[in-house]
Design a protein around this ligand. Structure first.
Ligand code: ADP
Ligand code: MG
Length: 363
């Protein structure tokens, strides 16, 4: 027994959910460890909510099964699953005070009055609403209402907290603040969180691991840095931040490539045909007279468009083969003051900063 790995908090095993002809979730297999902050990221209609509902027990899979700590939960009704849920629309009871709302799940579970009061107090304190227990939802801001909803979902001590776009209705500043608080609360409680969002920066900022969904499928699961630096598909590369995806010619059995007459070796060989992914912040722009390339890859380009961004400039470059390359240039970079459309320049990036992807439609 001692040598067995810990059971995942949540395990989706080949889970599919069909609604008539619509496949909302398609063959999802995924383990989430105890204490993880896991973000499910995807655009609207990608199947995120359906996956949460299958876990929460509000819906049943058409195929496959859902396990919690090694036990199949398919037969368990929602209130027996030890799961707290927070939705975008807070769904508070309007005729109850904040404290009564938070007490509700405890009442449902038959917790006695004095313990109830103690737990409600602790839960309201956890979300920094100690003073607002007697307020009604209509007397509270959107952010405060969402804190009450969070307290209500945590008050009975669930093993798992599911959140479905919980901050979507809040403005930017409040959202940033709540993101930090949610992370703090998750750390303090050590609870497992599955957090659904369509906002990639939110997923990056909060999660230990991100699962990217599209068309009901889980496309890639990894930590934020891996998702950003080593996307597994064109879709993921484009979905997470800006990038240029460039067609290249493979050389030396995939150990190097050529683009617009320039050649670069790859740190590890790729299987042809492949494309390369270049993030704009990895690209620098230099004068054509600047020959100091060192270890970096250099390719001639023409400036097409320059946009001022505040911290720097976004430069759209065109290579001699017609392909477009984006560069984000910081203040102080060479040429920053003399970026002009039509100008011939050298684009440069460190050899290690490109990743390769199989050319789409090639496999
Ligand atoms: P997301 O939360 O990522 O926006 P959903 O899980 O809500 O996506 O939906 C995934 C797909 O399943 C969508 O095409 C949606 O229209 C469909 N769908 C979801 N629920 C139902 C339902 N009860 N009946 C029919 N189709 C549904
Ligand atoms: Mg949804």
């Amino acid at each position: 027994m001692r040598d067995q790995p810990p059971l995942p908090a949540v395990s989706f095993q080949s889970v599919t959910r069909r609604y008539g002809p619509v496949i909302a979730v398609s063959g999802v297999t995924l383990d989430i460890a105890k204490g993880e902050f896991f973000a499910l990221l995807g655009s609207s209609g990608s199947g995120k909510t359906t996956l949460l509902m299958l876990l929460a027990g509000f819906d049943q899979p058409t195929e496959g099964r859902v396990m919690m700590s090694g036990t199949s939960v398919s037969e368990l009704p929602p209130h027996r699953r030890s799961i707290g849920v927070v939705f975008q629309n807070y769904a508070l009871f309007p005729h109850m005070t904040a404290a009564q709302n938070v007490a509700y799940p405890l009442k449902m579970r038959g917790v006695g009055r004095s313990e109830r009061e103690e737990r409600v107090k602790a839960a309201l304190s956890l979300v920094n609403l100690t003073e607002r227990g007697a307020s009604y939802p209509s007397q509270m801001s959107g952010g405060q209402q969402q804190r009450v909803a969070l307290a209500r979902s945590l008050v009975f001590g669930p093993e798992l907290l599911l959140m479905d776009e919980p901050l979507g209705a809040l403005d930017r500043r409040l959202r940033d603040q709540m993101q930090q608080e949610l992370k703090r609360i998750q750390r303090e409680l050590g609870i497992t969180v599955i957090y659904v969002t369509h906002d990639q920066s939110e997923a990056m900022a909060m999660a230990n691991r991100i699962g990217i969904m599209a068309g009901g499928k889980l496309l890639q699961v990894a930590d934020p840095e891996t998702i950003y630096t080593a996307p597994s598909s064109h879709f993921v590369a484009r979905f997470i931040g800006e990038c240029s995806i460039l067609r290249v010619a493979s050389l030396d059995n995939g150990r190097a490539f050529e683009i617009a007459g320039a050649r670069q070796s790859l740190p590890s060989p790729a299987i042809a045909p492949f494309d390369i992914v270049v993030r704009p912040e990895k690209v620098s722009v230099h004068s054509v007279n600047d020959a100091r390339s060192g270890e970096a890859f250099s390719v001639p380009a023409t400036i097409r468009e320059v946009t001022y961004l505040g911290p720097g400039w976004r430069v759209e470059l065109q290579l001699s083969d017609g392909q477009l390359l984006l560069a984000n240039i910081m203040r102080g970079d060479l040429l920053a003051g003399e970026l002009e459309p039509g100008k011939s320049v050298i684009a440069r990036w460190a050899s290690a900063s490109v990743t390769t992807l199989p050319t789409e439609g090639s496999s």
